[in-house]
Design a protein around this ligand. Structure first.
Ligand code: NAD
Ligand code: MG
Length: 403
């Protein structure tokens, strides 16, 4: 029996794929966790249902009109839930004194300020929002160090890498005895499609990931392999590694989630079914192991695991991300912003799939790289890159056809 009081948790992005999986794990451990705050962008229906089930003290909608609707919905059913709106309230939820754990699962740059606040307030930061780290890695890792925050990656690859690091390892420090890490990537839905057909793929095809059920933005990122590119940068910050010590390989089964190579030639890997409740449980339970609800891994049924090198002609986004990591400063923030705008345009059928890397390349060519030592510098680079990307999209040759 645990004798401790349940720990308070805020879930930023509660209505998304990671948020829903987190609540699933939390619901299995009422002795460990008490939900203090749930947040979302504008999905009133889902957040209202979550509030009825988990009775948080606060519910926040980034969108004020959605917050009004939520308040109306909850008034009679659960009047004790305080409904708030806007970015300031999101940031406040990440720093509440009664909160020990913050699941940072907002998608994209919108998650930067609340994720950073969790680090600044010394929380257990369960980081799914990789874009925050990509944009502002130096500031983020400094905030973690300065405030003794506990940074636990949720991305399955980085969570796997952490599990394979030496005993007592702390993210943000050089891992002793490690010479390289290898991130695995499924290759997404277009891994085998003829390259000549990629220009006409639709958002529906891009979002139909073979192994993982995820939000739309990360699904498109997986299809372009920008997801792996962002993860290279994320790994660089988390494990203090240079580009030449980070590899990415294709592994279509998504069973082996990444590996760490040591100087003696030993390679440690973490395996498991492709179910995000596994890394989420690792981070929620750390340093203990807790039940996740995932199916046990049946290797005999899987039969074989395959690995191959990614084809950079098919996946130019991966090379663009390596270039941005090598360039340093605000280059990753520029890359991330251009990618977010291009992916959104693709999802809205304003841009062809194969134009996504071209848009990013164009923006990288037109934006100056600066030192990323202040939040103003990072946010300024993000804003300028978005303008350049929108300019490119207006004149881009390819749009999505068909439905
Ligand atoms: P999703 O689209 O399913 O959910 C995103 C969540 O963020 C939703 O709750 C949404 O309401 C909220 N949100 C969106 N825009 C917002 C805004 N402007 N302000 C406030 N809240 C906003 O996305 P997801 O798949 O859950 O991914 C979330 C994060 O986790 C992403 O950074 C993604 O890269 C990362 N991640 C996801 C997976 C996965 O399996 N889904 C795996 C690894 C990493
Ligand atoms: Mg991942």
């Amino acid at each position: 029996m645990r004798d401790k009081q349940p720990a308070g948790i805020t879930i930023l992005g509660a209505t998304g794929s990671i948020g829903i999986s987190t609540l699933d794990v939390v619901s299995r451990h009422p002795d460990r966790f008490r939900v203090v705050a749930l947040t979302a962008h504008r999905d009133v229906e889902t957040l209202a249902a979550q509030c009825r089930q988990f009775l948080p003290r606060y519910a926040v909608m980034a969108d004020p009109a959605a917050a009004e609707q939520l308040e109306h919905r909850l008034r009679d059913a659960v009047p004790d839930v305080r409904v708030l709106a806007g970015i300031d309230a999101l940031v406040e939820m990440a720093g509440l004194p009664e909160v020990d754990y913050v699941m940072a699962a907002i998608v994209g740059a919108a998650g930067l300020l609340p994720s950073l606040e969790a680090a600044r307030k010394g929380k257990h930061v369960l980081l799914a929002n990789k874009e925050a780290l990509v944009m502002s890695g130096a500031l983020f890792m400094q905030a973690v160090r300065d405030n003794n925050a506990v940074l636990l990656p949720i991305d399955s690859e980085h969570n796997a890498l952490l599990q394979c690091m030496p005993d007592g390892y702390t993210p943000g420090t050089v891992p002793p005895g490690v010479c390289s890490i290898t991130l695995t990537a499924s290759g997404g839905p277009f891994r085998e499609m003829p390259v000549s057909k990629l220009a006409s793929v639709t958002p529906e095809q891009a979002c139909a990931h073979p192994n993982w059920n995820m939000g739309r933005k990360i699904s498109v990122d997986s299809a372009t392999m920008m997801n792996k590119g962002l993860e290279v940068i994320e790994a660089g910050w988390l494990f203090d590694l240079q580009a030449e010590n980070i590899r990415a390989i294709l592994h279509p089964q998504s069973i082996l989630h990444s590996m760490v190579e040591y100087t003696d030639g030993s390679v440690l890997a973490q395996l498991g079914n492709p179910d995000m409740r596994i890394p989420i449980s690792h981070a929620l339970g750390w340093p203990d192991r807790i039940v996740s609800g995932a199916e046990p891994l049946d290797m005999a049924a899987i039969g074989q695991l395959q690995f191959s090198a990614p084809d950079l002609e098919r996946f130019p986004c991966l090379a663009l991300a390596f270039d941005a990591w090598r360039a340093g400063g605000t280059a990753p923030a520029i890359l991330n912003a251009a990618n977010e705008v291009a992916v959104q345009a693709f999802l809205e059928r304003q841009l062809a799939f194969t134009e996504i890397p071209r848009a990013i390349d164009y923006v990288m060519d037109h934006c100056d790289i600066q030192d990323a030592g202040s939040l103003d510098a990072v946010l300024g680079a993000d804003a300028r890159a978005r303008e350049w990307a929108k300019g490119y999209i207006k004149s881009a040759p390819g749009r999505v056809v068909g439905t």
